[in-house]
Write a protein that binds this ligand. Sequence first.
Ligand SMILES: *[C@@H]1O[C@H](CO)[C@@H](O)[C@H](O)[C@H]1NC(C)=O
Ligand SMILES: *[C@@H]1O[C@H](CO)[C@@H](O)[C@H](O)[C@H]1NC(C)=O
Length: 391
Amino acid sequence: MALTSTLLATHFSGAVFTLSLTTEGSNGTLDITSAAGGCGSTPTWLQYYGDTKKLYCFDESWQGYGTMAEYSVASNGVLTVTGQAKTTGNSVHGILYGGPLGRSYVATVEYTPSTLTTYALPLKPGPDAPFTVPLQIETFSIPKPGPNERQDRPHPHQVLLDPTGKFILIPDLGADAIHIFAINATTGHLSACPDVRTAPGDGPRHGEFWNAKSNTTSSDGLMLFTVNELGNSVSSWNVISRKGCLDLSKLQRLSTFADGKVPAATIYNGASFPPKAAELRIVDNFLYAANRNDKLFGEQTDSLATYKIDPLTGRLTWVEATSAYAFYPRSFSINKAGTLVAVGGQTSSTISIIARDTATGKLGGLITSLQVGSLGTYTNEDGLSSVVWVE
Ligand SMILES: *[C@@H]1O[C@H](CO)[C@@H](O)[C@H](O)[C@H]1NC(C)=O
Ligand SMILES: *[C@@H]1O[C@H](CO)[C@@H](O)[C@H](O)[C@H]1NC(C)=O
């Protein structure tokens, strides 16, 4: 029986695409069905809320300003802008939080300004208004640069809500830290908790929560997994409640490559470009991490790493590397059924659909792949930037 799904994807050239995927067994077709603007010059990240059918899009524009957009998503996937905010730009991630339903405020992080910014919702229609006045801006700082040359200053990369909706965690690639804030759900105000340090040079980028089915040293078996872009590794943390704050205690750190063997950097135009881990996703007791520029499966084909998570202890073990069927897989998302993985290749500017075995967690063959928008150029911030399922 043929199944149809809808996906949304951002492209660094300014568009947000709607795609229709039809699959039947190991065959499938992917088509672009519509495209929208409204998310500034450099859309980078999408957050979709299935309960309200609202989509939030964040603009990485490094021109000194940007546009955050809210869309309603019709049943055919067509996007209509319902609100916009003019921002200070360079937002790399955002999430809603606070209020009675967790949908009253939006928090974003800005990579090079090194800021966390919050706004009250709803956003007003129209991008040409003066700068939308934020509710709060926190600027991160470090006493000295980190060991990696990209750690010249803090580079907050994600705004992650904990499962209770009471805390926001911010992996900071430049600062080798995870910033933690307690949420006042009424006012939207964020209060800083003590930072958690990663190992020097880890460069944490993104994280996701997971629950162990039994006793760990953490509160209720809650754990956090993070992917380290600069160190090409994933870390696991026990989550501990402490006096109105969350604390993290590191359990493990494993390479995103078999036996820790990081493929050689590519020398290009006189500069060195090492592999850099991008995204992680967890389904049941399996964790997946995307590697950019490792070329493990071809001159323009990178890998996805699969790990098994022990359901009782949360301990990770390496399973295998498989093809991402994409070059620079900056983003990937797994459908709710756990049967399909959509990989967004930045430089290949592709969406590749890969089969996933729900019992073994193993990623299988390519079902279909489509170039979406213009190709990226090697080592540049262009091409496809993110992909999500609409469900
Ligand atoms: C949230 O802020 C309000 C107004 O400042 C304050 O009255 C309330 O106690 C705060 N709530 C928490 C949980 O801190
Ligand atoms: C968890 O630990 C507590 C305290 O040590 C113990 O009473 C309880 O039986 C344990 N639960 C499981 C599922 O092991």
